[in-house]
Design a binder for this molecule. Structure first.
Ligand code: SME
Length: 183
């Protein structure tokens, strides 16, 4: 990460006043160890995600960077968020191919994770009754509910184009990562 100091000056009443200076954190690269375990990769990623989103109060901006960071770090096929809007989930920030815009309560993997208020690991999407195929290339999936005051307010959904990609290790660390978001 680079710290870029931006200085501003203003021409006020015939004189130049130095009025403001502030730091802007620019994240250029993620550092993910290459020859390392899944656990080590997640542990390298988490402090970088914290640094990216800690000082930013905007939920959508933080979801966007989180989706981009997860896609870049792990090369997942699709990473994104769905937000609860009434009786539906509405597509939020994501990385990957275009996806279904709205999903009803209890429908598909996402609607089921919302209804059951729990993380769902799907090793083979073709074996999940009612799976919604936004892309025919998706083969396995993990969906995590994100809570605000005990209610599901969004979901983190990650798809793989390989079977059986996700494990309890992913569920454990992705829950930690999702908890960095403030609702
Ligand atoms: N497969 C999901 C739909 C969302 S996409 O995977 C992006 C589901 O069954 O709910």
């Amino acid at each position: 990460m680079n710290n870029i100091r931006i200085n501003r000056a203003a021409f006020i009443g015939g004189a130049i006043f130095h009025i403001h200076s502030f730091d802007t954190q620019v994240a250029e690269n993620l550092y993910i160890p290459v020859d390392s375990s899944l656990k080590e990769k997640y542990e390298a990623l988490i402090p970088q995600l914290e640094a990216l989103i800690n000082d930013e109060p905007d939920l959508i901006a933080n979801m966007a960077n989180m989706a981009a960071a997860l896609k870049e770090a792990f090369g997942f096929f699709w990473v994104g968020f769905y937000r609860v809007e009434g009786e539906q989930l509405v597509l939020g920030p994501f990385q990957g191919p275009v996806a279904c815009t709205r999903i009803s309560y209890g429908k598909g993997v996402c609607g089921t994770a919302w209804k059951e208020k729990r993380t769902l690991l799907v090793p083979d999407v073709d074996q999940f009754p009612g799976h919604i195929a936004c892309s025919s290339l998706s083969r396995s999936e993990i969906v995590l509910p994100l809570f605000s005051e005990g209610e599901v307010s969004a979901l983190l959904d990650i798809d793989s184009d390989q079977l059986d990609t996700f494990s309890d290790v992913d569920a454990f660390y992705l829950e930690k990562i999702a908890s960095l978001l403030n609702f």
